[in-house]
Structure formats: structure tokens, C-alpha cells
Design a protein around this ligand. Structure first.
Ligand code: FES
Length: 170
């Protein structure tokens, strides 16, 4: 039994002694529970929650996610994805959720690491291409566009920034 329901029943008992177990008390208690559930549902803004339902303010956005609406709680610099020095010019690195590339010196790009063909994770970056070995699709490190193999759609672009020596979420 909830606090709201307990209080409601107690208040009713004070007003009408001897009627605590009446049908009206039960119905009013059920109404209070419904109202509480509705308020609780309104208290969570879906735009400010992580995919796991927690609040961005309480738990930072995972790398590669959209982050909180209207700004983040990461101090303005974004979440560090990788050191810029670890991203080879003309190549890139495959992270847990992203591929970060550096097609030209100082120009960094990031893409989803999920192949647009059938959803395998890309597994290698070689000769200017991001490679999905499941069915040998190749994607450009410049823009994620498919250049060979069965994939027809580009890898999803992810916004990033360069913050000092690091590549960070935008
Ligand atoms: S899933 Fe990547 S090429 Fe088929």
C-alpha cells in the first residue's frame, strides 16, 4: 500500500469513523494510486533520459548517443572518445560504438561502426576504407559512403569535436 493510499484512508477514517473498509475508501485509494502513477510518468522527460531510462543529469550520455537535449553535463568539452594522436592520418580507429577517422591531417570524422548492410560491426580500417568483413562492404573514411560490396547506404555520421589533444563528443 502506498503512502498516498494510507494517508487517504487515514483521513477518511478521521472524517467518517467506522467506514475504513467501505467500498468508497477502496475506490478513493485506487484513484490516488492512479494519480500518483500519472504524476510519476509526467516527471520523466524522455528527451533527457538515456536509452536505459536514467536521467542524463545523473548519468552522462553514453558515447555516440545524442546526449541531453539543449546541452550536456559534460562541462562543454564533450566526452573524450580517443586521443587525436591515436587516429592515424588516412586511417582511423574502431571504438565500441563509433569509428573515428582522419582522412586528412587535422580533419576528423566519426561514424557508426554498424554496417548498413546487415548490421555487423565493421572490423578494420585499411587503404582509406572502413571494412565490414561480414560480406566485404567498404566505406569511405571521408564520409562513410559505401564504395564496394553489398552495403548501399552510408555509415551514420556522428558529430564530434576536437578538444585540445582529444576527439570528443559534440
Ligand atoms: S553486414 Fe556488413 S557487409 Fe554485410
Amino acid at each position: 500500500m502506498t503512502d498516498v493510499q494510507q494517508r487517504t484512508e487515514a483521513e477518511i477514517r478521521q472524517d467518517r469513523p467506522g467506514t475504513a473498509s467501505s467500498r468508497r475508501v477502496v475506490l478513493m485509494g485506487a484513484g490516488a494510486i492512479g494519480a500518483t502513477a500519472a504524476l510519476a510518468a509526467c516527471g520523466t522527460d524522455a528527451a533527457n533520459t538515456n536509452p536505459n531510462g536514467t536521467d542524463f543529469a545523473a548519468e552522462p550520455a553514453p558515447a555516440g548517443s545524442d546526449g541531453p537535449a539543449g546541452g550536456g553535463s559534460t562541462g562543454g568539452g564533450g566526452t573524450v572518445l580517443v586521443a587525436a594522436a591515436d587516429v592515424e592520418v588516412g586511417g582511423g580507429v574502431i571504438l565500441d560504438e563509433l569509428v573515428v577517422t582522419q582522412p586528412a591531417e587535422g580533419s576528423f570524422k566519426a561514424f557508426s561502426n554498424v554496417c548498413t548492410h546487415q548490421g555487423c560491426k565493421v572490423s578494420e580500417i585499411k587503404n582509406g576504407s572502413i571494412i565490414c568483413k561480414c560480406h566485404n562492404s567498404l566505406f569511405s573514411i571521408q564520409d562513410g559512403a559505401p564504395t564496394s560490396g553489398p552495403a548501399k547506404a552510408p555509415l551514420a555520421v556522428t558529430a564530434i569535436d576536437v578538444d585540445g589533444d582529444n576527439i570528443v563528443t559534440a
